[in-house]
Design a protein around this ligand. Structure first.
Ligand SMILES: [Zn+2]
Length: 198
């Protein structure tokens, strides 16, 4: 009999949608809006060469005027099992629904305020170290000036990058790749020079 741990799978029963041979635990200071104290907050990122099942289908620009995939090819694509694609750049994830047991164990040791939030279906969340209120990922990740969206190198220097040389797997709700230009200062802090040249 095949056993499966449904506690570590995505919302539709998938296990993971991103994986890598190593990862980064990011730590930054954040002023908690509930108690006004500075708390450490954490995020997870993966290096270039990670793999994802959620990568956008590559569109061939030269073919933009063509009718696209023929119906059979479209059906093949639609009903194909999730396939892992290698992503050339780094990425940071948020709205994380599941972490592999090994990553979860590492986070428990490295980043105790980052843990599943029962109030949001077990989604991984930061909790304020002072008042224990959950800190919404939307207050940390998407917008320039937030803890994990530093606007420049000076702000990015507030982020501590801890590299973990162990396999990574997770199920994310949001993935910030280097196609998000406003993540470039963060990725530079992780050692990735992003430029418009390539
Ligand atoms: Zn607080």
């Amino acid at each position: 009999m095949q056993t499966q741990d449904h506690g570590s799978s995505g919302p539709d029963g998938e296990s993971y949608n991103i994986r890598a041979s190593s990862y980064f635990v990011l730590q930054a200071p954040h002023r908690c809006p509930a108690c006004n104290e500075i708390s450490r907050v954490y995020a997870l990122a993966v290096p270039s060469g990670h793999e994802s099942t959620e990568a956008d289908v590559e569109l061939d620009e030269d073919d933009a005027d063509s009718p696209g995939l023929d119906p059979q090819a479209f059906r093949d694509w639609l009903f194909s099992p999730a396939s892992w694609q290698r992503i050339p750049g780094p990425a940071m994830i948020s709205a994380t629904a599941a972490l592999s047991p090994a990553v979860a164990q590492t986070m428990q040791a490295l980043a105790p305020p980052y843990r599943p939030n029962p109030g949001r279906g077990g989604e991984w969340s930061n909790f304020c170290e002072h008042c224990d209120k959950p800190v919404w990922d939307g207050a940390l990740h998407p917008n320039p000036g937030q803890a994990f969206c530093p606007a420049d190198a000076e702000a990015a220097a507030q982020v501590t990058v801890h590299a973990v040389d162990a396999p990574f797997a997770a199920f994310f709700g949001m993935c910030w790749t280097d196609s998000y230009r406003n993540k470039w200062p963060l990725f530079a802090r992780m050692g990735y020079a992003c430029s418009a040249g390539d």
